[in-house]
Design a protein around this ligand. Structure first.
Ligand code: C2E
Ligand code: MG
Ligand code: MG
Ligand code: MG
Length: 278
């Protein structure tokens, strides 16, 4: 009995392994076709400047639409796209689509509103990245000043000097650089301080913990380094009040607005509106 059970187990294990491989293969083929099948879409989430009382930026967040109301989260397919290199054409699609949506975004939030796009380390390591980025924004008639590139500190784990040179080049062209998920990586502050950025985005975990000593220290550091700060994942009014009391004007999170399609974005923060509302 034991022997047959053992053999069965082996058999099952073998089958499930093959099944996994088939599923992974199918998934990669499906992802490979997502652009031509027009299954990608962008949601946008406003970044609110509490000091100026207006939306200053919107972040583009990618979704893969499998139909029947099934949207695949980027957390699930970006890693596969990175592994297969598909992130390069997918990332280019994101940049182009963000350019195309910018007029509608400006209609809602004003002519100076900017768009933030997440750039993966794998895209950055592609030698044609800067050239392609510039070509796309030029083709779409968008100025680099309207673009914020969100990168994570994993970017600088390989070659700090080379990456810093590219970031310097991008900033000289007018793009701004934000360090996303700040505080979740393993880089020392000494390394982080060397990366040429314009802003850091405090990871949601800091907002959940809401340790005033930690947040005040990070805000003081940002001020000393002349960097902007945005708090990610602000979900309730208490968090907002505490952040504002500590002097963090940049707020992003479900409290302000969930990520949604460009057409669904509310336009209640357009500054001129204030004159029209009685
Ligand atoms: P991220 O750039 O840090 O984006 C913030 C994530 O937090 C988004 O998840 C957003 O929907 C979510 N979020 C925003 N406000 C709140 C809140 O108040 N509470 C909570 N619990 N969550 C909130 P999403 O859209 O699932 O994206 C996950 C990650 O996928 C992003 O993290 C980013 O790293 C990556 N990603 C998204 N779009 C792209 C893209 O176009 N290219 C690349 N390379 N990565 C992308
Ligand atoms: Mg981001
Ligand atoms: Mg983030
Ligand atoms: Mg995050």
């Amino acid at each position: 009995y034991a022997k047959s059970k053992g053999r069965n187990r082996y058999h099952e294990y073998n089958e499930s392994l093959r099944y996994d491989q088939v599923v992974k293969f199918d998934y990669e083929i499906a992802l490979n076709q997502c652009i031509e099948r027009e299954e990608l879409l962008l949601h946008y989430q406003p970044i609110f400047d509490a000091a100026r009382n207006q939306v200053v930026e919107v972040e583009a967040l990618l979704r893969w639409n499998l139909g029947h109301k099934r949207l695949v989260s980027p957390a699930d397919f970006i890693p596969v796209a990175e592994e297969t290199g598909l992130i390069v054409p997918i990332g280019e699609w994101v940049i182009r689509q963000a350019c195309k949506d910018l007029p509608k975004i400006s209609e809602k939030f004003g002519p100076d509103v900017r768009v933030a796009v997440n750039i993966s380390r794998v895209q950055f390591e592609d030698e044609h990245f800067v050239e392609r980025l510039n070509a796309i924004v030029a083709e779409e008639g968008v100025s680099p000043e309207r673009f914020d590139l969100e990168v994570t500190e994993s970017l600088v784990m390989r070659n700090l000097e080379e990456i810093c040179a590219i970031l310097d080049q991008l900033r000289a062209q007018g793009y701004t650089i934000s360090l996303d998920d700040f505080g979740t990586g393993y880089s020392s502050l000494g390394i982080l301080a060397q990366i040429p950025i314009d802003k850091f985005k405090l990871d949601r975990s800091f907002i959940v913990q809401m340790n005033p000593a930690v947040i005040s220290a990070l805000l003081a550091m940002a001020r000393a380094m002349d960097l902007d700060v945005v708090a990610e994942g602000v979900e309730d009014g208490d968090q907002l009040i505490q952040l504002m009391n500590m002097g963090c004007p940049g707020i992003q999170g479900y409290l302000i607005c969930r990520p949604m399609s460009v057409d669904d974005l509310p336009n209640i923060w357009f500054p001129d509106m204030q004159h029209h509302v009685v």
